[in-house]
Design a protein around this ligand. Structure first.
Ligand code: FAD
Length: 297
């Protein structure tokens, strides 16, 4: 099924994000995680697309194996970095060839330094919206896009960011997934400004439970904003005890997800870093209905 169809049913969507590991050991661990999370019958799972090198092919391999060997619906992340339009078209054909019809269309960041200068491939595309249009021109793909609660770091301001986001949706996106954030109201503000601009696309919150104090320190890099000080204070109180930090991270993520779901977020997209325990614990704390059996593939 497409994510569009799954979201249209009106049940909350739950999904998990993985990245293609570089080593065989990493791959075995990813597959253990996939098998554990499969038991939760998520709406979909997604696999990120690397900046270059061998992991890009691995994204195609992993989504293919998910499509053929599991009961899960895979979404392939796909970026425009260093690809000509001919290569982009070829890769879209490869996704179709392995039975993957759900793509998250992204511009991507410059390889090496994500904040370095963005240089379009001379025969490539400049913005994600162009990639959305290209994928939709093939007909039966379902396309997701990225949304940024604190605006994209390259956007001049919130208004520009919203305008470009809405244009990207109108290019043919079916839904969006947000960059991670740690405070529900930041998501509601994004949703409200997109709705005020006349766009009602489902925006799925991207959530990553804090499992280590270093996540808080890297918050700005990961989410685009400093970690909320009122939440940081709760973590600082237990900073010397890694297990207590992890427990609080699970509890905080569950509170955040519940608030989002209670206020009509269409679901939750968990960034797992290929590990299942924290995500499973957060999911276990949520007050959610099991998915209808008729919705599984
Ligand atoms: P765009 O929508 O193209 O936006 C980029 C900038 O250009 C923004 O400032 C935007 O406002 C502006 N803009 C857009 N359209 C126009 C226009 N027509 N005219 C002028 N300005 C415009 N990266 C990876 O490499 N691999 C992944 O798998 C991956 N997965 C991600 C998943 C999620 C859920 C998210 C939120 C991000 C992910 N990223 C991934 C990171 C993403 O590629 C970067 O954040 C990238 O810098 C922005 O991508 P985008 O698709 O939002 O770009």
């Amino acid at each position: 099924p497409t994510i569009r169809e799954l979201l249209a049913v009106g049940e909350k969507s739950f999904s998990f994000e993985f990245f293609p590991p570089k080593t065989d050991k990493g791959m075995q661990s990813l597959w253990r995680t996939i098998r554990h999370l499969e038991a939760l019958r998520p709406t979909f799972v997604s696999v990120t697309y690397g900046a270059g090198g061998g992991t890009r092919d691995k994204t195609v391999d992993i989504v293919e194996r998910i499509a053929t060997d599991t009961t899960l619906t895979p979404v392939a992340h796909f970026t425009a970095v260093n690809h000509s339009t001919a290569e982009l078209r070829h890769l879209i054909g490869r996704f179709a060839g392995v039975g993957v019809r759900n793509i998250l269309a992204l511009r991507g960041d410059p390889p090496g330094d994500p904040m370095g200068e963005w240089v379009k491939h001379p025969q490539g595309v400049e913005y994600a919206g162009e990639l959305v249009r290209m994928i939709r021109s093939y007909g039966d793909f379902c396309v997701g896009v990225a949304a940024f609660p604190y605006k994209h770091p390259r956007s001049a301001g919130i208004e520009d960011d919203t305008r470009h986001f809405v244009a990207k949706c109108r290019a043919g996106a079916d839904y969006a997934i947000t960059q991670m954030f740690f405070r529900a109201e930041d998501y509601f503000r994004l949703r409200d400004r997109v709705a005020a601009a006349g766009c009602d696309i489902p925006i799925i919150p991207g959530i990553m439970p804090v499992t280590k104090i270093s996540t808080i320190e890297r918050s700005e890099q990961l989410s685009g904003a400093p970690f909320p000080p009122e939440v940081a204070a709760r973590f600082e109180a237990v900073a010397d005890d890694p297990e207590a930090v992890r427990r609080l991270g699970v509890e905080h993520a569950a509170e955040l997800c519940q608030e989002l779901l209670d206020q009509d977020a269409p679901g939750i997209h968990f960034i797992t870093f290929n590990q299942s325990p924290a995500t499973r614990e957060v999911y276990g704390l949520l007050n959610v209905e099991p998915r209808s059996a008729s919705l599984t593939v």
